[in-house]
Ligand binder design. Structure first.
Ligand code: PLP
Length: 370
């Protein structure tokens, strides 16, 4: 049996008729940018998450870049971010001239108030929390810390559509919740897309103006803005997908529960959800000291895996100017060396999971990876 690391066709096929009908409807409408699909999606996604406002944008990276830009965070400012996030999160900070300051994650892959506190300086202006792999970060202490220290709080929810903590949805805890609708995400479009959630009307309006060349009324440009719009086709298709998001997330939880029940190998550590969290398993990420040997073993048995992420941002060439070297963030680096994402896509069958589990349970390796 061959099992790929991801199968986007499964999610598409599940609601194929509805997607195709919506696509045709948009194509025939003659309205392709800033139309009724976008405005409806914004209302529906805000209602779904419990946020006051949603503003559609062109990508997840744009949502992060614009978030810090519109919070007036830039040169001379520091933003605390976990070392084990996707590099786009860091780019959202540095694109504005601000300095990313890396904090270490805990054993749940998550940022903690304790880790943030260690990195606060007189230049710290904001904290960026990533709910990595769709595993929700417990937010109480982080929210309290940011309030006490007067720091802005931004959430990177690119992997956490519909995840929640104590019943409150990801993206509604801080000043701005940033989302990506890249096709692999739990709420994935069929191209690029992104959005922000905010509860401040003025801030929402600034995003609306900024995404469209700073235009307030046609040809009346108030600020030097950007072109960052969520198009009608993507917004329409996202409206269809949003209707099934809860059911899809529950399906992921059932698949994750299967792995918890059946993976039994002392060399493999399963992801541990935290109290009060509802997780949506954007990735199902196991850890293994012999990670590279395990990945090779799975590949030899026709099972695809991915590593999220093999090179942490502080060790990437892009951020060499920050001056970090190996050993500077030991927890982050240990995760980069041991994590492995196993197949857990929408529509994965019991039979496929049974095979993945069998192969994982038959792995044994005494040697070291590195
Ligand atoms: C996907 C992702 C992004 C970037 O989103 P794009 O839409 O691809 O620009 C940012 N942060 C995280 C954590 C992501 O997973």
């Amino acid at each position: 049996m061959q099992i790929l690391s991801n199968r986007l066709d499964r999610a598409y096929n599940k609601h194929k008729e509805e997607y195709e009908q919506k696509a045709l409807e948009v194509l025939r409408s003659g309205v392709y940018i800033m139309g009724p699909e976008l405005f409806s999606f914004e209302k529906e996604f805000a209602a779904y998450t419990g946020a006051e406002f949603c503003v559609g944008l062109a990508s997840g990276l744009d949502s992060l870049r614009l978030a810090f830009r519109l919070l007036h965070i830039g040169a001379g400012d520091e933003v605390i971010v976990q070392g084990n996030t996707f590099i786009a999160a860091v780019m959202g900070i540095s694109d504005n001239g601000a300095t990313p300051v890396f904090a270490e994650p805990d054993a749940h892959f998550a940022l903690t108030a304790e880790a943030i506190e260690k990195r606060i300086t007189s230049k710290t202006k904001a904290v960026l929390v990533t709910h990595l792999y769709g595993m929700m970060t417990p937010m109480d202490d982080i929210v309290a810390l940011c309030k006490a220290r007067g720091l802005r709080l931004v959430e990177d929810c690119a992997q956490a559509h519909g995840a929640s903590y104590k019943g409150k949805k990801a993206g509604t805890f801080g000043d701005i919740g940033c989302f990506s609708f890249y096709p692999t995400k739990n709420l994935g479009a069929f191209g690029d897309g992104g959005a922000v959630l905010v509860h401040d009307e003025t801030l929402a309006e600034r995003f609306r103006v900024f995404r469209n060349y700073g235009c307030v009324d046609k040809y009346h440009n108030a600020v030097v803005g950007a072109n960052s719009r969520l198009d009608e086709l993507q917004a329409g298709l996202l409206r269809v997908r949003l209707r099934y998001l809860d059911a899809d997330n529950l399906e992921k939880n059932t698949a994750a529960a299967y792995y918890v029940k059946h993976i039994m190998n002392p060399q493999i550590v399963l992801p541990q959800p935290q109290n009060g969290t509802f997780n949506i398993w954007h990735q199902y990420v196991i850890r293994c000291e012999q990670r590279d040997a395990l990945a090779a073993y799975l590949k030899a048995n026709w099972i695809g895996t991915l590593i999220h992420y093999p090179i942490p941002p502080h060790l990437s060439k892009a951020y060499s100017y920050l001056g970090f070297g190996p050993g500077d963030l030991p927890e982050t680096e240990r995760l980069a060396d041991t994590v492995l994402s196993i197949p857990c896509y929408f529509g994965i069958t019991r039979e496929e999971q049974r095979y993945v589990t069998e192969v994982l349970n038959s792995f044994s390796c005494r040697g070291k990876t590195k």
